[in-house]
Design a protein around this ligand. Structure first.
Ligand SMILES: C[S@@+](CC[C@H](N)C(=O)[O-])C[C@H]1O[C@@H](n2cnc3c(N)ncnc32)[C@H](O)[C@@H]1O
Length: 275
């Protein structure tokens, strides 16, 4: 159990260490179905990203590597996942062995803030970041700096993230309310609820996590500060997890609000490139 007075990022890391086995075994992640289906990238992501032939790809905050390995289905020459959780990296390496994809994949233990100290600079052509990643980084500039460091001068970045408005949305009897700062703040939002976003996680109790919101403008500007141009910025009225119990599943990893509710942005996608 974490010490309630330790560094917020260290408390978060301990939480992430604790969830890996639960997530790996969950219906939410559908690891067996993904393996049986040929370890493919999500079709809608494949449409936005396109082919990655001959490209070396990096996945920041890769968790147990399912999305990292999926990038190989787009033709990537190699994929590298980075995460600060030892159990996540260990599981990702196991998954690479199970799927016989070890020869084209690598998983490195590294916190986003340590990327410029621990990783090789300008090694990758493509970076991938997906849902539930940037909220764990206190300053979005640290994240953008890591991406700048990892990517070559000619490179592409794909991000699919929880929308910063959705991050602070609450639904009560009176309808929508906002609970937290839309803009980046040094003061984290604290979550002491039990469980996680997978259906089998009731056993995860007693953790406290800290998240930091980053507005759409802050995310985009952090990337343009490192020479990236945005070719797509899409705000979606759907997201990949059941953020509110009333949400309706409309497809694989796709949940929408009831049609008689005010529709709000729940996730967003960025495709950016430089060079
Ligand atoms: C929601 S998960 C990854 C999202 C991915 N969409 C998935 O479902 O596989 C978040 C991951 O970020 C990692 N993480 C959080 N903060 C980090 C940091 N500062 N540096 C590196 N990894 C971090 C956690 O260990 C966890 O594996």
């Amino acid at each position: 159990m974490p010490d309630k007075f330790e560094d917020p990022e260290e408390e978060n890391r301990k939480y992430w260490e604790s969830v890996v086995e639960t997530h790996f075994a969950s219906n939410f992640y559908e690891v067996d179905a993904w393996i049986n289906g040929g370890m493919k990238a999500r079709p809608w992501e494949a449409d936005v990203i396109g082919r990655l032939d001959n490209k070396d790809a990096v996945h920041l905050q890769c968790h147990f590597g399912k999305d990292t390995l999926s990038l190989l289905s787009l033709g990537a020459a190699s994929v590298t996942g980075i995460d600060y959780s030892e159990s996540a990296i260990q599981k990702a390496r196991e998954l690479a062995v199970i799927t016989e994809l070890s020869d084209r994949s690598a998983f490195e233990l590294c916190a986003v803030k340590d990327v410029p100290n621990l990783m090789t600079p300008k090694r990758f052509d493509f970076a991938y970041v997906s849902l539930g990643a940037i909220c764990w980084i206190p300053a979005i500039s640290t994240w953008a700096k890591a991406i700048d460091y990892l990517l070559k001068d000619t490179a592409t970045l794909f991000v699919h993230e929880v929308h910063p408005l959705a991050q602070i949305l609450n639904r009560g009897n009176g309808g929508w309310s906002l609970d937290g700062e839309y803009f980046e703040s040094e003061v984290a939002m604290i979550d002491e609820s039990d469980g996680s976003y997978t259906e089998n996680s009731e056993n995860l109790r007693g953790y406290r996590t800290h998240i930091w919101n980053h507005s759409i403008g802050e995310v985009v500007t952090s990337l343009s500060n490192f020479g990236f141009s945005i070719s797509r910025l899409d705000e979606h009225s759907w997201t990949s997890f059941q953020q509110f119990p009333e949400m309706i599943k409309t497809g694989t990893e796709r949940y929408v609000l009831p049609s008689d509710w005010l529709q709000l942005p729940l996730s967003f996608t960025i495709l950016a490139s430089r060079g």
